[in-house]
Design a protein around this ligand. Structure first.
Ligand SMILES: NC(=O)C1=CN([C@@H]2O[C@H](COP(=O)(O)OP(=O)(O)OC[C@H]3O[C@@H](n4cnc5c(N)ncnc54)[C@H](O)[C@@H]3O)[C@@H](O)[C@H]2O)C=CC1
Ligand SMILES: O=C([O-])CC(=O)C(=O)O
Length: 330
C-alpha cells in the first residue's frame, strides 16, 4: 500500500506525472494538490480503471494537510517555469517561497515520506527543503531527493546519435553535479556499455545535455519548459524508488542529495567541497542507501567540466540556505 502525492498537480508536469502514477500498479492511493483545478484533474483521472484511489485538494479546508497525511512519497513540481531568456536561477524569487511552504507542510504532516523536488532551481530548492526539515527536527538525508533524472534521460537519448546505439534505453550514462547549465556534468567515460564518441563531437554532445532544457524552452516559445519528458523522468525516478523500497535490489539512479547523511557521501563531500551533489545513488528500503563516488575515475575533459560545476553549485547552495534561514516560517 503506497500513497503518492503530487504538489503542483494541475500544471504542465503535474498532470502527465499524475497520469503515469495513476496508471501504475505500484500505487494504492494518489492525492493531488494545487492552488487551482485539482478537483477537475482528479475527477478526470478517477475514470481510469487502475487500483489507485484518487483525491484532489485545493488549499481551502485543510487541503494540504489532507493531501499529505499518510503520504509515502511526495513529488513536487509546483512553481513557475522558464520563458526564453531566463535562467533557472531567475525562478528562485518565486519558487523558493513556494517550495519552502510546501516542505513546511511535509515536515508537519508526513515527516517520514520520501520527498522528490522537481521545482527549479533544483540546485537551491533542495538545500531550502533540507533546511526547513532540519529546523522542524525531521530531516533525513536519505529521504530527500533533487530530481535530476531528466538530465540522465537526455544523455541516454542524445548519445545514440553519436554512438550508433539504436535503443537509447540500452545506454546508461551517469550525469552528476547539479541541474542547470554548466553544473550538469555527463560522464560519458563511465557509460555502460562503453561508448566510442568521436573526439570532434564530444563538446557538442556535452552542451546538448547541459542545455537540453533551453532547447525545449526555445521551442515552446514562451509557453513554458519541458513537461512531458519531465513527467516521464519524474515517474521513472519515483517508480525506481518505490521498487527499491519494496526490496528490489541493485537499483541505482543519479539524484541530487545532501551528502552528509548518506553512506559514501563523506568521500564525495571531501572531493567536491560541497554539501549537495548529484551522484549515482543505490536506492533501498530507507531511500538513498549509498552514494557511489564517480569522481576518482573521470577523464581530463570531465575534470574540467567538474571545476565549472563546483563553482556554480557553491553559490546556488549558499543562496538556498540563506533564504531558508532568513525567511520567517508561515
Ligand atoms: N527538475 C527538472 O528536471 C525540471 C524542473 N522543472 C520545473 O518544474 C516546475 C513546474 O513546471 P511546469 O509544470 O511546467 O509549470 P506549470 O506552471 O505548468 O505548473 C506549475 C503548477 O504549480 C502550481 N502551484 C503554484 N504555486 C503552488 C503552491 N503554492 N502549491 C501548489 N501548487 C502550486 C501552479 O498552479 C501550476 O499548476 C518549474 O519550476 C520548472 O522549472 C521543469 C522541467 C524539468
Ligand atoms: O529548462 C528548464 O527550465 C526546465 C528544466 O529544468 C529542464 O528541462 O531541464
Amino acid at each position: 500500500m503506497v500513497k503518492a502525492v503530487v504538489l503542483g498537480a494541475s500544471g504542465g508536469i503535474g498532470q502527465p506525472l499524475s497520469l503515469l502514477l495513476k496508471a501504475s500498479p505500484l500505487f494504492s492511493e494518489l492525492a493531488l494538490y494545487d492552488v487551482v483545478n485539482t478537483p477537475g484533474v482528479a475527477a478526470d483521472l478517477s475514470h481510469i480503471s487502475s487500483p489507485a484511489k484518487i483525491t484532489g485538494y485545493l488549499p481551502k479546508d485543510d487541503g494540504l494537510k489532507n493531501t499529505l497525511t499518510g503520504a509515502d512519497i511526495v513529488v513536487i513540481p509546483a512553481g513557475i517555469p522558464r520563458k526564453p531568456g531566463m535562467t533557472r536561477d531567475d525562478l528562485f524569487k518565486i519558487n523558493a517561497g513556494i517550495v519552502k511552504g510546501l516542505i513546511e507542510g511535509c515536515a508537519q504532516y508526513c515527516p517520514k515520506a520520501f520527498i522528490l523536488v522537481i521545482s527549479n532551481p533544483v540546485n537551491s530548492t533542495v538545500p531550502i527543503s533540507a533546511e526547513v526539515l532540519k529546523a522542524a527536527g525531521v530531516f533525513d538525508a536519505k529521504r530527500l531527493f533533487g530530481v535530476t533524472t531528466l538530465d540522465v534521460v537526455r544523455a541516454e537519448t542524445f548519445v545514440q546519435e553519436y554512438s550508433g546505439k539504436k535503443n537509447p534505453s540500452e545506454a546508461t550514462v551517469p550525469v552528476i553535479g547539479g541541474h542547470s547549465g554548466e553544473t550538469i556534468v555527463p560522464l560519458f567515460s563511465q557509460a555502460t556499455p562503453k561508448l566510442d564518441i568521436p573526439k570532434e563531437k564530444y563538446q557538442d554532445l556535452v552542451k546538448r545535455v547541459q542545455f537540453g532544457g533551453d532547447e525545449v524552452v526555445q521551442a515552446k516559445d514562451g509557453a513554458g519548459s519541458a513537461t512531458l519528458s519531465m513527467a516521464y523522468a519524474g515517474f521513472r525516478f519515483a517508480e525506481k524508488l518505490i521498487k527499491a523500497a519494496n526490496g528490489e535490489k541493485g537499483i541505482i539512479e543519479p539524484t541530487y542529495i545532501y551528502l552528509d547523511g548518506v553512506a559514501g557521501g563523506d568521500e564525495i563531500k571531501k572531493h567536491t567541497g560541497l554539501d549537495y551533489f548529484s551522484v549515482p545513488v543505490e536506492l533501498g528500503p530507507n531511500g538513498a542507501e549509498k552514494a557511489i563516488n564517480p569522481l576518482t575515475n573521470v577523464d581530463a575533459q570531465e575534470e574540467e567540466l567538474l571545476k565549472a560545476a563546483y563553482a556554480g553549485l557553491k553559490g546556488n547552495i549558499e543562496k538556498g540556505i540563506e533564504f531558508a534561514h532568513n525567511t520567517p516560517q508561515k
